[in-house]
Design a protein around this ligand. Structure first.
Ligand SMILES: Cc1cc2nc3c(=O)[nH]c(=O)nc-3n(C[C@H](O)[C@H](O)[C@H](O)COP(=O)(O)OP(=O)(O)OC[C@H]3O[C@@H](n4cnc5c(N)ncnc54)[C@H](O)[C@@H]3O)c2cc1C
Length: 350
């Protein structure tokens, strides 16, 4: 077969990771071919898209503070590029489970530097449709991304302007010394396959420990829209038109997209703990997060072949951390700067 199509990069996987990286490389004037097949249980298409900068359990920042503005900035840029809107800035209402938790948060607010995220404490019983009897606090900025809309619009953009091959990447057709796949050839290939990196013969040595999650869409007939994301064990995200997304569960043993009885019971129990009003379940979905044991992303080039790369391991906060990590990695890939990445690469496992 003759090699007739040359690209700077081949990207395998058009989930959140592959999509962000493809946009960054294209914006750096690189030619990119994306190979993606919508496989079952992929994370991005079920993710609720929550952008929450803090760890609710410990009331500490979940990420370095500069990730948040970079994330908002990048999605706003991409909204302009794709001529649409998918980023929603919405404050988060944290419901406390006890007055002890409330006191702990007040301490962190006064002396723990958390005043940059905690905007206000709210007295108990302020919202009639919620059980906020132990009071609550507002976290801002926060928000959520309509991930499916972002991926679908990007897919249209990639297939119109660049190159999108809709098939399952077949490793038996890949030549790792030429970086050729079927009749395509590239300078480098970057794998962004989410938890399916476990099937990748080059990177399956990395310690990915996937976590399945289930998410539910509910309808609250008495509440057309609440202008905050509610959080207490689960998050309830307002979608508009009486609809809310609720998630999520964590399961480390089952990697299918099948809903489980335990997952559905868990979500319904959490919802009834939070809401004082009736709701109906509209639909539920499940997917598998590409989580890593040390909770750090899997980014970098293969230790034995520097033309094979990986952008993965975005974990449970991919929407928030993905834009910064993708931008930094794309700069190194496109030779904009040679400086060291300011986060740990997969070299930590060699
Ligand atoms: C239930 C649930 C809720 C979540 N909620 C949130 C949230 O609220 N906020 C947040 O920030 N994050 C959330 N996440 C995490 C977030 O979804 C992930 O961090 C992110 O989507 C990972 O993206 P990815 O591109 O690495 O993987 P994926 O989304 O899994 O994408 C991988 C892509 O590669 C394709 N692919 C794989 N192998 C091949 C192959 N051989 N050939 C061709 N294509 C292939 C797949 O089909 C898929 O399209 C959630 C995840 C789950 C499961």
């Amino acid at each position: 077969m003759s090699l007739n199509k040359k690209f700077d990069f081949i990207i395998v996987g058009q989930g959140l990771a592959g999509t962000l990286l493809a946009h960054d490389l294209i914006d750096a004037n690189k030619s990119v071919m994306i190979i993606d097949f919508n496989l079952k249980a992929s994370a991005s298409r079920v993710a609720a898209g929550l952008i929450n900068p803090i760890s609710m359990k410990r009331c500490i920042p979940a990420i370095p503070s500069f990730y948040l503005p970079k994330c908002f900035e990048r999605y706003r840029d991409l909204e302009k590029k794709l001529d649409s809107s998918f980023l929603n800035l919405t404050p988060l209402l944290r419901l406390f489970d006890s007055t002890d938790t409330n006191d702990k948060w007040k301490d962190k607010y006064i002396s723990g530097g958390m005043d940059i995220y905690i905007k206000e404490f709210i007295i108990d019983n302020s919202f009639s449709f919620l059980d906020d009897s132990s009071s609550s606090a507002i976290i801002e900025p926060a928000g959520h991304l309509d991930v499916i809309n972002f991926l679908d619009l990007s897919r249209i953009y990639f297939s119109k302007k660049h190159f999108l091959l809709e098939e399952k990447f077949d490793f038996s057709q890949f030549n790792d010394s030429k970086i050729s796949y079927k009749n395509y050839i590239a300078d480098a290939i970057i794998f962004c396959e989410g938890f399916r990196v476990r099937e990748n013969p080059y990177f399956n040595y990395l310690p990915i420990t996937p976590t399945k999650g289930e998410v539910m869409t509910i309808r609250i007939p008495s509440l057309e829209y609440f202008d905050k994301i509610v959080s207490k064990g689960v998050y309830i995200i307002p979608l508009g038109n009486y609809l809310y997304k609720v998630g999520a569960t964590y399961n480390r043993t089952d990697f299918t997209d099948k809903l489980t009885k335990e997952g559905q019971v868990f979500l319904n129990k959490k919802i009834t703990d939070i809401l004082n009003v009736d709701y109906e379940v509209v639909s539920s979905v499940a997917g598998v997060r590409p989580t890593v044991r040390d909770r750090k992303p899997l980014i970098g080039m293969h230790p034995k072949n520097p033309r094979l790369g990986i952008f993965n391991g975005l974990g449970a906060r991919g929407v928030l951390i993905g834009p910064y990590l993708s931008k930094q990695f794309s700069k190194v890939l496109s030779g904009v700067h040679n400086q060291e990445l300011d986060f740990e690469t997969i070299a930590r496992f060699s």
